[in-house]
Ligand binder design. Structure first.
Ligand SMILES: Cc1cc2nc3c(=O)[nH]c(=O)nc-3n(C[C@H](O)[C@H](O)[C@H](O)COP(=O)(O)OP(=O)(O)OC[C@H]3O[C@@H](n4cnc5c(N)ncnc54)[C@H](O)[C@@H]3O)c2cc1C
Length: 383
């Protein structure tokens, strides 16, 4: 693997850095306090091409490889995880899955709007009673003539109240466990689908996280994505790539923690000297720096494997596990460098810690990543 970026990759990273510094950084504190990102950011993300990365140009995408996607995602994560999550879900979990599994009609219907930022997608897998055990979800889709009628509920859905389409997973056959699950593309204005914003989150406060309720939601059979009964494997393949995106976002959080901590340590004086001159503070900084490099390299390896068409799922679990735990450590260490000032939201590190905390939970908790890695090592599944 060549770690030197191509000219195109370096240019995409600069573009993302400028976008974050110009469009995101000035608003981060206000959005966090208001628990609401300014929705106009979606259109801007589309215009700059970030919602179409790795999507074919024929469907309005901006193409590019997965390392470019990671570079942009890392920058967005450095700026604001709430914005990074909009892209990771609408592009990473929804648009890419439509590109891989969708019919020509489904691709034409959704991809140009999703990549342009004219529509947003959300990923509806988790339910109130099934999180890690998603294969046992209970939302039901019953065939009725040329339609399916869907009943059930979904929990913790990122972009939920903003989205125009839900990639929804529901049980549509009598086959047991994950074998009975199918994937559907459900427009959010379909009668019977209601959404409620979840407030009071520890972090990602600007992000629209929602609970979805489905009561006799009728969709045509053409809303089925991929083959009936293949929904769970579609979800797992989407999440495997999604874990790379979460890992890249975590590298962004860790890098932001490093930048803030190094800057502050150079300016803040105690006992007549900058605190950066004290070895115990340097230990905190060097611990963060090593975590940043290790998390980034694990993440880039996943992108390299995907771009070369190699098996990548276990590497993605390793990257997601390490990078998410590292992001929490790095933000926590940075907060220590800031002392009491780190504890108030005029300084960036408290938000980094709050935003980092969810990364070890969603798209498979750290425990679930360990079980996936353990299964790959032993051939024995704990699920
Ligand atoms: C802010 C936010 C955004 C989210 N966005 C989305 C989204 O867009 N779409 C979506 O579908 N979901 C989303 N989720 C849901 C997320 O993926 C789940 O929260 C996650 O999968 C964990 O499920 P759970 O919360 O039900 O925890 P549980 O599965 O109940 O787990 C609780 C604890 O038990 C542990 N555990 C469970 N099973 C095992 C086991 N077999 N062995 C060892 N330990 C185990 C877990 O690791 C965890 O520590 C989001 C969640 C949050 C908080």
């Amino acid at each position: 693997m060549n770690l030197e970026l191509s000219e195109e990759q370096a240019a995409a990273r600069r573009l993302a850095k400028d976008f974050v510094d110009g469009e995101i950084a000035p608003n981060v504190v206000a959005w966090d306090r208001a628990e609401d990102v300014d929705r106009s950011i979606v259109k801007k993300l589309g215009e700059v091409g970030f919602l179409g990365l790795t999507i074919d140009e024929a469907y309005g995408g901006s193409g590019g490889d997965h390392l470019t996607y990671c570079l942009v995602t890392e920058e967005l994560g450095r700026g604001d995880s709430s914005v990074r999550g909009i892209v990771s879900v609408s592009l990473g979990l929804v648009a890419k899955t439509i590109q891989t599994y969708g019919s020509e009609e489904q691709k034409r219907q959704w991809l140009p709007r999703l990549t342009a930022g004219e529509a947003l997608g959300c990923f509806g897998l988790t339910e109130p009673g099934t999180g890690s055990d998603a294969g046992n979800l209970v939302t039901k889709a019953v065939r009725d003539g040329d339609d399916y009628v869907i009943n059930g509920s979904k929990m913790f859905i990122t972009n939920g109240t903003w989205a125009d389409v839900v990639l929804l997973f529901a049980r549509s056959t009598d086959a047991p466990g994950h074998k009975g699950v199918s994937a559907f593309l459900v427009p959010t204005d379909t009668p019977g689908l209601t959404r409620r914003t979840i407030h009071g989150k520890l972090g990602l406060r600007g992000q629209a996280t929602a609970e979805l309720a489905l009561e006799d939601v009728r969709v045509p059979a053409s809303a089925l994505l991929g083959r009936e009964g293949k929904g769970f494997s579609i979800a797992m393949s989407a999440l495997a790539k999604g874990r790379m995106s979460v890992a890249a976002g975590c590298v962004g959080i860790a890098q932001a923690a490093l930048d803030a901590a190094v800057g502050y340590a150079g300016e803040r004086e105690q006992f007549g000297k900058p605190i950066a001159s004290y070895q115990l503070v340097q230990e905190l900084l060097s611990d963060i720096a090593v975590d940043v490099d290790a998390a980034r390299l694990l993440t880039w390896r996943v992108a390299d494997l995907i771009d070369r068409g190699e098996e990548f799922a276990t590497a993605a679990s390793k990257a997601k596990l390490f990078a998410s735990e590292a992001a929490v450590r790095c933000a926590n260490n940075a907060l220590q460098v800031f002392g009491g000032y780190g504890y108030i939201d005029e300084y960036p590190v408290g938000k980094l810690l709050r935003d980092a905390r969810v990364m070890t939970l969603y798209e498979g908790t750290s425990q679930i990543q360990k079980l996936i890695i353990g299964r790959a090592l032993t051939g024995v599944s704990a699920f």
